[in-house]
Design a protein around this ligand. Structure first.
Ligand code: SF4
Length: 338
């Protein structure tokens, strides 16, 4: 049933490039219990003040305003979303927002063993787990946490619920690290139901160490795989970030998310809300739109909808990572969320 706001704001969210915006990613916290080298310094980041973080009710309200504007797919991210206290209760509130048909979570997997049941009861229907290595020592090397066994148990725990599908495993692809992981992940993808995807390293790391050369591209990884297994391309879904291939012998699929070498901005339908209430119209946005301020100052849903619509109209056409003069956003990945 569409709310009155949906009636009045029936015009779907669209940017000036003609793209409809239907996918919202909400970072529910900037905090994380891992220290992945491609994301955060060993000592962590300066965390947002608690008072700056949106409450559950504020997130619910903004998601409601955006679903009224046509957003129907919601991904909850962090930092580490499950590190936020009572996260399953938030997920349950958001699953009930009219118009939200798809609710997913991106997690490092550490809390999944504890929260799997609660997430399913809350209405989460898809889960992405970040795992960059299937070797315990190398997992420790990249995340600075000896956590692989617990994360794999968490993966099994959530996969035990058939109502959560697909369960995806995301591995960040970095030169001089991931090459040694590729065939292990192929075996993993071929022997389980998990959809394994390699994601190119992006210039959003807290240490600002990213260099174009540090990217191991999807094409390079595919070449490593095709030296052992024949692959067949699967037709790309509209708005999809991954290019998926099936193993020609039928033993599963593997995917590549190549934002650096093969950008997918042309049909991007995504916007992001940060934990402190700022709207980001692109992962690489330099500018953000404050929603927390007007909301806490008493703006109506209609007024918030206009602020959102206006910001989305100015959504960036594409990222400029490969262009001279590219400026990385001031906010890094841990405070943006995937
Ligand atoms: S880089 Fe920006 S425009 Fe491109 S796909 Fe990502 S969010 Fe969309």
């Amino acid at each position: 049933m569409r709310s009155s706001l949906q009636e009045t704001a029936a015009e779907p969210l669209r940017d000036a490039h003609g793209r409809s915006i239907t996918d919202l990613r909400v970072s529910v916290t900037d905090r994380c219990n891992f220290r992945c080298q491609y994301c955060m310094p060993a000592e962590g980041m300066e965390w947002l003040e608690r008072s700056a973080i949106l409450s559950f009710e504020e997130i619910e309200r903004l998601v409601g305003v955006m679903s009224g504007l046509g957003v129907d797919s919601l991904r909850l991210t962090g930092g580490e979303p499950l590190a936020r206290r009572e996260f399953p209760r938030l997920a349950s509130m958001l699953a009930k927002v009219p118009g939200i048909d798809d609710l997913s979570v991106t997690t490092n997997g550490w809390f999944l063993e504890r929260d799997a049941r609660a997430l399913v009861d809350a209405g989460v229907n898809r889960v992405n787990v970040s795992i960059d290595s299937l070797a315990r020592d190398r997992f420790f090397q990249i995340t600075r946490r000896d956590a692989l066994p617990k994360v794999l148990r968490g993966l099994e725990a959530i996969a035990a619920f058939p109502q959560v599908r697909p369960v995806k495993v995301n591995a960040i692809a970095m030169r001089d690290y991931t090459e040694q992981e590729v065939l292990r992940f192929c075996d993993f993808a071929r022997s389980t139901d998990y959809q394994v995807r390699f994601i190119e390293f992006m210039p959003l790391d807290g240490d600002r160490n990213w260099e174009p050369d540090s990217v191991l591209t999807g094409a390079e990884i595919r070449a490593l795989i095709e030296a052992r297994f024949a692959l067949e391309a699967v037709a790309r879904e509209p708005h999809a970030t991954a290019r998926v291939y099936r193993f020609a012998d039928g033993a599963g699929e593997i995917g590549f998310i190549n934002p650096v070498s093969e950008p997918f901005c042309a049909d991007c339908n995504r916007i992001r809300l940060t934990a402190d209430g700022r709207l980001r119209t692109c992962l690489f946005s330099i500018h953000e739109t404050d929603l927390r301020g007007p909301m806490r100052a008493g703006a109506s849903d209609g007024e918030l909808a206009e602020v959102i619509r206006d910001a989305v109209w100015r959504k960036e056409l594409k990222h400029r990572v490969n262009e001279p003069g590219f400026r990385a956003p001031p906010r890094t990945m841990s405070a943006i969320g995937g």
